[in-house]
Design a protein around this ligand. Structure first.
Ligand code: AHM
Ligand code: MG
Length: 305
């Protein structure tokens, strides 16, 4: 059995980065406890003792922010739940952490899998840089029937860990790779087919080729499916109202793009640019995304031109 921390040390991950990942793993455990505790109310509500309960995504945001502050390794943090990033006073850590505390929180009621996403950047700013230049690692947790944490440290591959009964993450899959071709498709923003004939044709083409649909409505489990099976494509194109789609560059797309490129997959926006090369000009900026098996991603983006 390979424990999370031992495995990362063997991989040559620096002490500081390992310690930061340890704090992220702790936050994931606390969020999991909160989810299991049944606080699944979508809106702020009162519990049986008449106390105010926090919305789950607000609670997850709080848990992660506190854990990152405690780590003393963060110079700045930015959350999808917060309007502005929070800077910690010097001398604090050397990392910037961007995160979506609870992606797919609207699926909680339906008891579908959801997740948390983290991007780890060097330095104390996110604006004016790209994932390629500044991101050093990323990871995501899936809260499903099992709790997994999948990590990519730049240049050191993608590895999956699972939370055991004793509260430790252990290695379940190492060096995850994605095949260039695939039979699986996960078509996000199907509403875009109403105004975009090419997207409609792309999806009809996948259906005519007898491909397999795997789509849950949660980016985290949908992308985890691709990494688990070692193949697939997830798409989220623009539509008439959303020129850059809906998914966030800093909190969702850049972290996943690092993971997928590390696994030899690809992640492009609808204009054919690597998502990791997109400059961050706004904390809450959105991007279109086509991510997964390299050849499928390229073909899909070409088909929409
Ligand atoms: P959220 O961060 O508000 O939860 O939204 C992100 C989610 C993704 O998990 C999922 O891929 C996408 O929204 C689904 O979008 P849509 O509601 O357009 O189907
Ligand atoms: Mg989200």
């Amino acid at each position: 059995m390979q424990f999370f921390n031992h495995f990362l040390r063997e991989q040559g991950v620096s002490n500081e980065l390992r310690s930061l990942l340890y704090h992220i793993a702790r936050a994931v455990k606390y969020i999991n406890f909160s989810l299991r505790a049944g606080n699944t109310a979508k809106l702020t509500s009162q519990n049986v003792f008449g106390e105010e309960q926090l919305k789950l995504d607000v609670l997850a945001d709080k848990i992660i922010s506190q854990e990152l502050e405690k780590s003393e390794l963060a110079a700045i943090i930015a959350s999808e739940e917060q309007q502005e990033p929070k800077k910690f006073p010097a001398p604090r850590g050397k990392f910037g952490i961007s995160f979506d505390p609870l992606d797919g929180s609207s699926l909680v009621d339906a008891n579908l899998a959801i997740g948390s996403i983290f991007g780890i950047w060097e330095g104390d700013k996110f604006l004016g840089t790209t994932g390629r230049k500044t991101m050093v690692a990323s990871c995501y947790a899936v809260y499903g029937p099992r709790i997994t944490l999948t990590i990519a440290v730049k240049g050191k591959g993608v590895h999956e860990f699972e939370l055991t009964d004793v509260g430790e993450f252990v290695l379940t899959r190492d060096n995850i790779k994605i095949n260039p071709d695939s039979k699986y498709f996960a078509p996000g923003n199907l509403r875009a087919t109403c105004g975009n004939e090419k997207y409609l044709q792309l999806i009809q083409g996948w259906i005519k080729e007898c491909r397999t649909l795997r789509y849950s409505g949660g980016m985290v489990p949908d992308l985890h499916h691709i990494l688990s099976k070692g193949e697939g494509i997830f798409s989220y194109p623009r539509d008439e109202k959303h020129a850059n789609g809906k998914l966030r560059l800093l909190f969702e797309c850049a972290p996943f793009s690092l993971l997928f490129e590390e696994a030899e997959g690809a992640s492009l926006n609808q204009d054919g640019q690597a998502v990791l090369d997109t400059e961050i000009t706004d904390i809450h900026q959105c991007t279109t995304i086509f991510i997964g098996s390299k050849n499928e991603v390229k073909k899909a983006v070409d088909a929409l031109k």
